[in-house]
Design a protein. Structure first.
Length: 118
């Protein structure tokens, strides 16, 4: 499975950015993780099943929205009210499984940098 992400860039605090990721095949689950400098890679948001059940990290709830287009094998991440602490390399993920609300992806895409200036 190949993943190709797009979007990201530089935005001021309070602004918005959107990310998208296309996969070469449809998978049960898709999502986004991020890794800030000097920190571990953390879950951001995921979506699973044909109906698109979303889940979010507490730090982004109410600000980020994850969605998927099953026909286009694409997952989206709309990021609003961005904060400097959202600055990170964002990674698209696909496949794998959920255990409860914890997502364990199987496939990873290349990261895309999101920088939020204060």
């Amino acid at each position: 499975v190949q993943l190709q992400a797009s979007g990201g860039g530089l935005v001021q605090a309070g602004g918005s950015l959107s990310l998208s990721c296309v996969t070469s095949t449809r998978t049960y689950a898709m999502g986004w993780f991020r890794q800030a400098p000097g920190k571990e890679r953390d879950f951001v948001a995921g979506i699973r099943g044909s109906g698109g059940l979303p889940s979010y990290a507490d730090s982004v709830k109410g600000r980020f929205t994850v969605a998927r287009d099953n026909f286009k094998n694409t997952v989206f991440l709309q990021m609003n009210s961005l904060k400097p602490e959202d600055t990170a390399v964002y990674y698209c993920a696909a496949g794998g499984q959920y255990t409860g609300d914890t997502y364990y992806p199987e496939y990873w895409g290349p990261g895309t940098l999101v920088t939020v200036s204060s």
